[in-house]
Design a binder for this molecule. Sequence first.
Ligand code: MG
Length: 248
Amino acid sequence: MKNIILGVALIGTVAMNAQTQIIAHRGFFQSQPATTENSIKALENAQNLKIYGSEFDVRMSKDGVLVINHDEHHGKMEISETEFKELAKLKLSNGERYPTLKDYLKAGKKDKSLKLIVEIKPAKTEALENEIVEKTIKMIRDMKLESQCEYISFSLNICKEIKKLAPDFKVQYLRGELSPKEIKEAGLDGIDYHYSVFEKNPTWLSEAKALGLITNSWTVNDVEIYKKLKEQGIGFVTTNTPDVFKAQ
Ligand code: MG
């Protein structure tokens, strides 16, 4: 009887752990040759790794071109204050052409099994944020990539604007100051919080799951933290070490 109980507990644990999916943070670039973050190569590496998804950051140039870049600057150029043709003169550090959102989505479309986790970066005004959201959604719809994309943002305005224009799109909030209940009330689909937020609020993961929210955590690069989140039944982790976690 004891063995049966242990066996059931073990199956339960395995089943729960199996639910945790891995997302490469800015693509899979760490420790990879000729790869820099947010490059097409980083996206292709994530495709080859056969994980759930690959995350990347969207910003807009002064003349309205959507580009893939984490920081506010590309080299010394402030992206929102620079025309795309100037930005494009500077290649990525691995020699690649400076990627636009369109380039990135085209590359992502080649492997439908890898989800594209679109992070829309906060902009200087709500009007600019809304323009970025509208253009991003239009491009994704035009390219028929709706079912392959999910959305994250530190801007609550951006998250709400996505849900307003595309109620079916999955949107997770990143900043971490809102409880699962507040996220549910705001009409969003999930929380994608820094792992320290879950340590400070130990009931939030179970509360989020009970509310039917997506649960995700960034940027988890430590195996022990990954295992702990897995044991708590988190849905996703976003990491710079997707290869290491996949091998666990
Ligand atoms: Mg990001």
